[in-house]
Design a binder for this molecule. Structure first.
Ligand SMILES: Cc1cc2nc3c(=O)[nH]c(=O)nc-3n(C[C@H](O)[C@H](O)[C@H](O)COP(=O)(O)OP(=O)(O)OC[C@H]3O[C@@H](n4cnc5c(N)ncnc54)[C@H](O)[C@@H]3O)c2cc1C
Length: 426
């Protein structure tokens, strides 16, 4: 894979809607806001800001959605990565309700944007959370109850073992939660649609424009090798690819690699057998497996994390055993694509959002960013415009630095992850 291309063996790159290359930043430019990073976070913030009348320049080091946003499972999930009861325990009822409400709003933002901007990204409604362990059944029932009673959310329904077997054509799950909200989409095409909408709203997008330095001041100066943007506000939306651009926040997130494969297209009957309602699915293992059907009926299956910086030698062979554990009947199917990407997690698994003077940042969605980036972009725009109440609800979440800081966080995380992955197997 060249550094500036979408991963070549990705199903998404192979089926991307046309979107021409955008010229790199050249020379000196001024703007109200400079957004660094052309994934969902950066695009969502840029679009919202431009819609409010701000002059926005977005700098992306590679191509639009080259990072996690163009490579992920495309699942538009419920809530945040912390369950409703955990949210209440951590923040009390009122704040938990507000955070959950914003996460739910973010799913509406996704579907509204698809409709408003006519984004062709194969959106299909519905998600299913499948219980890998017998003990998941209890908390799943409690969770549905809590969603209804505390948050007034009525879209989720409990499935017993027989019902989940019928939905998924697999014997290994004990129960499930079927959610009529959310759904799944082609993430690269969704991002390209957001980019087109942002440009139509006036955003200047520069690709192949890696930010190497930010000189802070009343006017921040954001530098690339080809030019510089002077802007009062900066939005850092680099997620797992932040590197050492802003050391003050880098230790709050941990980049980890995750991988997906796509089978050859299945027949209609085979597709219905593996996911009867065409919803997206995730299991409850610590190292989560997640899957869904593409518009051309391939099974897109994500599974297996890696905590080393080296990808596995053969991604298809690395992920396939996870798929066969769920669907042994697919053993004979050809695997046409296998690719990976980097996401960022936080210790709490809640997004790390905040500002340092006029530099805003948001990252670390911990596998939940397809939807949540929608509201975060909106909150950043609200905060820039001077109304930070909702932004502050996220910004007030306290985040631990990963033990060992940026230097040692990786070996320590590897040890912890391997321990939990081993518990999955036991
Ligand atoms: C394999 C995989 C599967 C996933 N599945 C799901 C899922 O099903 N559902 C879900 O909700 N979430 C999922 N996620 C997570 C989700 O993709 C992310 O939360 C989301 O895309 C984050 O968007 P972002 O814009 O913050 O980051 P990214 O999309 O990673 O974008 C950051 C961008 O910043 C650019 N950048 C970095 N540094 C610089 C610099 N110095 N100068 C200029 N540009 C820079 C990068 O090139 C990149 O394009 C998955 C992630 C992966 C990797």
């Amino acid at each position: 894979m060249g550094p500036f291309e979408h991963p070549q063996n990705s199903y998404y790159a192979a089926t991307a809607n046309p979107f021409g290359e955008r010229p790199a930043l050249a020379g000196a430019v001024t703007a109200d806001v400079c957004v660094v990073g052309g994934g969902f976070t950066g695009l969502s913030a840029a679009l919202n800001l431009a819609e409010r009348g701000y002059k926005v320049v977005l700098l992306e080091q590679a191509r639009i959605a080259w990072g996690a946003s163009g490579r992920n499972g495309g699942q538009v999930n419920l809530g945040l990565r912390k369950g409703p009861e955990d949210l209440i325990a951590a923040f009390g009822q009122e704040r938990a309700r507000a955070l959950f409400g914003m996460a739910e709003e973010s799913r509406r933002i996704v579907t509204e944007r698809i409709a408003r901007h006519g984004i062709k990204c194969d959106f299909k409604p519905g998600t299913l959370h499948a219980a890998s362990k017998a003990r998941d059944c209890g908390w799943m029932q409690d969770e549905i109850d809590c969603l209804e009673r505390q948050f007034g959310y009525r879209g989720a329904r409990y499935l017993d073992r027989a019902a989940v077997r019928q939905e998924l054509g697999s014997d290994i799950f004990h129960a499930g939660v079927l959610d009529s909200g959310g759904g799944h989409l082609h993430p690269l095409n969704y991002a390209l649609g957001l980019a087109a909408a942002a440009e139509a709203a006036g955003v200047q997008i520069c690709e192949q424009s890696r930010v190497t330095r930010i000189e802070k001041g009343t006017l921040n100066r954001v530098e690339t090798s080809g030019g510089a943007v002077s802007a009062k506000y900066v939005v850092l939306a680099c997620n797992a690819y932040l590197g050492d651009l802003e050391p003050r926040i880098a230790g709050k997130i941990m980049p980890i690699a995750n991988f997906i494969i796509a089978t050859e297209p299945l027949s209609e009957a085979e597709a219905r057998e593996v996911i009867a309602r065409d919803v997206c699915v995730a299991d409850t293992k610590f190292v989560v497996s997640y899957w869904r059907l593409s518009a051309d009926r391939r099974l897109l299956f994500g599974g297996g994390e890696r905590y080393s910086t080296q990808p596995p030698a053969d991604i298809k062979e690395f992920v396939k055993p996870y798929m066969l554990r769920v669907y042994p009947q697919l053993a004979g199917k050809r695997i046409d694509f296998g690719w990976g990407g980097m996401l960022a997690i936080t210790v709490s698994r809640l997004p790390h959002v905040g500002r340092m003077d006029n530099v805003f940042y948001a990252h670390g969605y911990s596998g939940q960013g397809v939807a949540v980036t929608g509201i975060i972009g909106q909150l950043i725009a609200e905060a820039v415009a001077g109304t930070a109440e909702r932004f502050d609800l996220f910004a007030a979440i306290r985040h631990q630095t990963f033990p060992g800081g940026t230097l040692l966080r990786h070996p320590l995380l590897v040890a912890a992850m391997l321990w939990y992955a081993m518990r999955d197997r036991l």
